[in-house]
Design a protein around this ligand. Structure first.
Ligand code: IMP
Length: 208
């Protein structure tokens, strides 16, 4: 099988590490923003995780003339009609303000009983080719929002998210336990399984 090449559509060091680790030992050569001195800025413009991940992957694939892999993720809370959704990272105003985001979420859910606190994490991965080819993987992790934050691990909403079948929050799980059931862990494992089978075919058809 010919070696495929792809570029990661993120500058987030955590995501780069996770995805590179996932693609280890596959016949895939992975490039990052560090290989491109004039890396283009890509903003998140869509109303859905799919649109955002597609936009990031497709615009980079065209620009770099290489297959590109992007991910978009967030939290949907039933009692809030799916909020914070695509604005999960800046729910409280400032991008990446995890403590502020959690505080706002708990405020919005004040007085909502346990059975009304259902929620899910969503992860969408899009692998896009430079000529419009596309592969999309979506995975979720179902659970509920706790009454108060617990645990030191993870990031984002992990201290208030209790996965189904658990009494601990995501932030109280080890990284391995989290990866085994998280939206991102599940999506990355599905993508890896496809790549291991030599899919999608167009990924292996390019020059080189
Ligand atoms: P983005 O995918 O980089 O746009 O970030 C999405 C946001 O969703 C993060 O900043 C977190 O607030 C939240 N989020 C996504 N995945 C997780 C997770 O595994 N745990 C906790 N929060 C998450």
């Amino acid at each position: 099988m010919r070696k495929a090449r792809l570029v990661l559509a993120t500058r987030n060091p955590g995501k780069i590490e996770e995805i590179t680790h996932l693609l280890e030992d596959l016949p895939v050569q992975v490039f990052t923003w560090k290989d491109f001195p004039d890396w283009p800025p890509v903003e998140e413009v869509g109303d859905t995780f799919e649109e955002n991940a597609r936009h990031k992957a497709e615009s980079l694939a065209r620009w770099a003339d290489l297959p590109a892999l992007a991910d978009d993720s967030g939290l949907e809370v039933e009692a809030l009609g799916g909020a914070p959704g695509v604005v999960s990272a800046h729910y409280a105003g400032k991008h990446g303000d995890d403590a502020g985001n959690v505080a706002r979420l708990l405020r919005e859910l004040e007085g909502v009983p346990r059975e009304g606190r259902g929620a899910r994490f969503v992860c969408v991965l899009v692998l896009a080719g430079p000529r419009g080819e596309r592969l999309l993987v979506r995975e979720t992790c179902e659970g509920r929002i706790a009454e108060e934050p617990r645990g030191e691990g993870g990031f984002g909403y992990d201290p208030v998210f209790v996965p189904n079948g658990e009494v601990r929050t995501m932030a109280e799980l080890s990284l391995e336990e989290k990866n085994a059931l998280s939206h991102r862990g599940k999506a990355l494992r599905r993508l890896r399984a496809l790549l291991e089978k030599g899919e999608p075919e167009w990924l292996y058809g390019g020059p080189g």
